[in-house]
Design a protein around this ligand. Structure first.
Ligand code: SF4
Ligand code: SF4
Length: 109
């Protein structure tokens, strides 16, 4: 399940279609009356992390699935630069751990 931090989100500069809205494969992200992105219905999110990686200001965080979550408040955030995605995981005590992965892209013809 994802959470969008309105203090960090800039609504993609008031673009008509937000980046997170465009990339969600399940069309779960829409806009409320004020143009803020919202995830509806939240329980349909399957935690693919596409929106987390797409947000240019790291406003979207993912609450990890119960299989790997150790307690309340555990979250995952991403920041993408070029072909690298830097992940920040925060545990239930607020301790952060960062790791960077290189994106592997396959061209399908
Ligand atoms: S991609 Fe990020 S900045 Fe843009 S609308 Fe979505 S949450 Fe806000
Ligand atoms: S994590 Fe994937 S399925 Fe869930 S809202 Fe984001 S893009 Fe959509």
């Amino acid at each position: 399940m994802v959470t969008i931090d309105r203090n960090a989100c800039n609504r993609c500069g008031d673009a008509k279609e937000k980046r997170c809205e465009r990339i969600c494969p399940g069309d779960l992200i829409t806009q409320d009356e004020g143009g803020w992105p919202v995830v509806r219905p939240r329980e349909d999110c399957w935690a693919c992390t596409a929106c987390v990686k797409e947000c240019p200001v790291a406003a979207i965080s993912l609450r990890l699935p119960f299989q790997i979550e150790q307690g309340a408040g555990v979250s995952l955030k991403a920041s993408v630069k070029g072909d690298k995605t830097s992940w920040t995981i925060t545990d239930h005590r607020g301790k952060e751990e960062k790791f960077t992965l290189r994106a592997v892209r396959k061209i399908v013809s």
